[in-house]
Structures are given as C-alpha cells and as structure tokens.
Unconditional design. Sequence first.
Length: 137
Amino acid sequence: MDTKNLTLPNDVQEVPKLAAFVDEICEAVGIDMSSAMKMNLAIEEAVVNVMNYAYPSGTKGEVRIEAKAHEGYVEFVISDDGKPFNPTEVKDADTTLSVEERDIGGLGIFLVKHYMDKVKYKYVDGQNVLTLRKNLK
C-alpha cells in the first residue's frame, strides 16, 4: 500500500469520509473487522478532538490524516495547525468509576491509547503531529 492522505475541514459532518478512509486502509492491510472497528473509533476520537478543540470557535481549519503501511504495522499521522495540545500527557480516564463519578472528558484519548499500540505526539513547525501505530501481528 502506498501512502494515502485525507484532508478534512474542522467540521464533524465530515467524519463519515474519515470512516471510509480508515476502512479502506484496514482492508488494504488485512486487518480483521473487530480490530478495524476499534482502530476506526480511536482515529475518529483523535480527529474529532482536533475538529472540536484545535481551532477557536468559528475558525476554519484543517485536519490532515496520512496512512502508511510498514513491515508489521500501519501508521496514521494526524496533523493540524491549531493550538498546541499533547494528548499523550492527559491523565487516563478512571474507568473504574461510575459515569456519574468520572470527570467529563478524557475518554476519547483513553480509547486512542487503549486501541492503538503506540501513540506519539510532537509539536513541530507550528503543527500538532499525532502518530498512531497499530501492529499487524
């Protein structure tokens, strides 16, 4: 599989395009349906967080997603020009607490960390760059 790219505006109405993109990548690299659904959820959570929080309200922005298969793993790189935010520093949601006891937010980032095998963030040249890796074996 060659590198595939998708650029979306920061509009959650565009999420179905993301789902189709991730499904296409999963199929191309032979990921089973259960793993593909989890990966799709994790990537959707990461991208929707960018759409909702990276840019000031009412500001147009983009979310870029690059997918590439490597020997033994597939990698998704999500980048944007929004305000710096490192999701890897967010404390994991305490899933042992009831919904009423739990703090609001953080569950999406928890899912990203839980469903992906490696999550790496860097801020470079004015861009947030989040790399999500899923091992194929």
